[in-house]
Write a protein that binds this ligand. Structure first.
Ligand code: ZN
Length: 197
C-alpha cells in the first residue's frame, strides 16, 4: 500500500475536516488565517499530518511476509543506521534518529529494505520511543521467528529540546531483544558492530 493511498472520498473529507480544525487552532494561537502566507497552511498541515501518521493504514507484518525467503543462514544479520522520523504522543512533536536492527535467522530471512519499511510504518504513528522499539522487535519475531532479534533506537526529542528542560542534543537510547540476544556476549557483538561508524 502506498503511503498516500487514502480512499478518495473519505480521505478528501478527512483532509478538509482536519484543515478546518487547524484553521481554528491557528486562530486560537493568535494568528490571522486570512494573512497571505497562512491561507494554504491549514490544508498543508492537514496533508503533512496525514502523511506523518500514515503508518496506521499499513500492516508491518504483511510487509515482512511479502518478502520472506527460506535460508540456512544462522549468523547475525544487521541493518544499522535506519533513519526515522516519528512524533511523540505526549506533545505531538517530532522525535527522530536512528534505529538499528539485528536478528539471527532460524529458517527465514527477509529483504533488508523491508526492515527499514517496518521502521517507517511504526514511526508514522503517534509513538513513545520505548513502544516503537518493542513493536519493531515483535514484528520481526512474529514473522521470521528468528533465533533472536534485537532493536536499538537512538533519538532526539523535540519536546525536550524546544520546551521544558531544553536539554540540547541529548540522545535517548532504548533497546529490546529476544532469544539469543539474552546472552550478553551476543548483545555485545551487535553493540560493537553498530558503534563502529
Ligand atoms: Zn513529548
Amino acid at each position: 500500500m502506498n503511503n498516500n493511498d487514502f480512499s478518495p472520498n473519505k480521505g478528501d473529507n478527512d483532509t478538509e475536516l482536519l484543515a478546518n480544525y487547524y484553521r481554528n487552532i491557528i486562530e486560537l494561537l493568535g494568528e490571522d488565517t486570512n494573512r497571505e502566507g497562512l491561507l494554504k497552511t491549514p490544508m498543508r498541515v492537514a496533508k503533512a499530518m496525514q502523511f506523518m501518521t500514515s503508518g496506521y493504514k499499513e500492516d508491518p507484518e504483511a510487509i515482512i511476509k511479502s518478502a520472506m525467503f527460506h535460508e540456512e543462514y544462522h549468523q547475525m544479520v544487521i541493518v544499522k543506521d535506519i533513519d526515522f522520523y516519528s512524533m511523540c504522543e505526549h506533545h505531538m512533536l517530532p522525535f527522530f534518529g536512528k534505529a538499528h536492527v539485528a536478528y539471527i535467522p532460524r529458517k527465514h530471512i527477509t529483504g533488508l529494505s523491508k526492515i527499514a519499511r517496518v521502521v517507517d510504518v511504526f514511526a508514522r504513528r503517534l509513538q513513545i520511543q520505548e513502544r516503537f522499539t518493542t513493536q519493531i522487535k515483535e514484528c520481526i519475531q512474529n514473522t521470521l521467528n528468528p533465533l533472536g532479534v534485537m532493536v536499538v533506537v537512538e533519538a532526539q526529542h523535540m519536546c525536550m529540546q524546544m520546551r521544558g528542560v531544553q536539554k540540547q542534543h541529548s540522545i535517548t537510547t532504548t533497546s529490546d531483544f529476544t532469544g539469543a540476544f539474552e546472552a550478553e556476549k551476543t548483545r555485545e557483538e551487535f553493540i560493537n558492530l553498530i558503534k563502529n561508524k
